[in-house]
Design a protein around this ligand. Sequence first.
Ligand code: ZN
Ligand code: ZN
Length: 186
Amino acid sequence: MEVRSREFEALVEKAESFHGHLCSGLYIGARMAVFAEKLLGIDSGEERFMVEMETDRCPADGVLVASSLSIGRRRVKMLDYGKCAARFYDARTGKGVRLRFASNLIPAKGDDIVEFFSEVEDGELFRVEEISKEYQSYDLPGPMIVETICADCGEPVQDHREIECGGRALCKPCYEKRAMTSSGMA
Ligand SMILES: [Zn+2]
Ligand SMILES: [Zn+2]
């Protein structure tokens, strides 16, 4: 999809109504998603297009809307590293790209955000890094594969989100509570 196309503009408008306002971060997120499709050579509508978000700020919404992804369909994971970056993968091949906003170009107050950034090439906006990831069946869209009962709280934990601790399976909150206690922080 061309950045200067009506199609892309429509995506940005859709993102704006979802997010509540049009800001540079939202626009940057939308550009990331479309650039990632181009780099990976797959459409975001395909089930194998997977995303890991490194931020929980405005760009996250731009990525979600531009790639028509939703958190509940298991194709987006929030890593939330506090960085303006996202990782995109082809779950079938494991190949991926990490895109980080690495430009100091920011529109001035009153500038038209879409017009401003549409003059800037993807390569100028983002630092591209080739990455890879081996997806496990229990991380992919589809029915739940396995359920484990936490040895401390007794609550069910789906799809291997438990952590082994001294031969017992614990949910993450229980594991963290134990780690805090044993390090003397609690
Ligand atoms: Zn925003
Ligand atoms: Zn637990």
